[in-house]
Ligand binder design. Structure first.
Ligand SMILES: [Zn+2]
Ligand SMILES: [Zn+2]
Length: 184
């Protein structure tokens, strides 16, 4: 009997390192804005009265100036609040940046108010750049840039918006934003 217990104990011990080796997977909770489909072209959260705010990888929202250090990460122009944050981000390993990007996306998704989606009869409805009105689901791709978040009806539309020039994209996104401040 003692031998069996010892064996079980050994088995339990042996299984521990396997658990520890697994990469922590950050799963969005059901209430979160879906993260996997966010295409952030920059980390700007808001532009108002000539001031540009961005969300740094450290979690701090700060005003972007010409002096703000920035870096390119997977197609995102990432403004940093300080040189220290910039250096930290540029030195991060692929895994480290994946983890911090997932955390950052979570916070970023909750920032800003400019979006093309609005609740209609209990459904989150949005107007896509293509003109189609659709219900935003956890699978809807979302393009974010300059404080605007635009959910697209399909990946094709999202990619189309991403690939246009910044000027065209800005016009396309502004056109579908539901917030009153952007309609002028
Ligand atoms: Zn920072
Ligand atoms: Zn569309």
């Amino acid at each position: 009997m003692k031998k069996l217990l010892a064996l079980l104990f050994m088995l339990a011990l042996a299984s521990c390192p396997v658990m520890a080796d697994e990469q922590p997977v950050i799963q969005p909770s059901p209430g979160d804005v879906q993260l996997g489909t966010l295409h952030a072209l920059n980390n700007v959260t808001a532009i108002a009265e000539g001031h540009t705010l961005a969300l740094c990888g450290c979690g701090m929202e700060f005003e972007v100036t010409d002096a703000s250090p920035k870096l390119e990460m997977n197609g995102t122009t990432f403004y940093c609040c300080s040189q220290a944050c910039h250096d930290h981000a540029s030195k991060a390993s692929a895994e480290e940046s994946a983890t911090s990007m997932a955390e950052w996306q979570k916070v970023f998704s909750g920032k800003g108010t400019l979006t093309n989606a609005a609740m209609v009869d209990g459904k989150n409805m949005a107007t896509c750049a293509c003109g189609q009105t659709f219900e935003v689901t956890s699978k809807s791709p979302c393009v974010a840039e300059n404080g605007m978040k635009m959910s697209a009806c399909c990946d094709g539309c999202a990619n189309h918006v991403i690939k246009t020039t910044p000027e065209e994209r800005s016009a396309m996104m502004k056109k579908v934003m539901k917030t009153a401040a952007m309609t002028k």
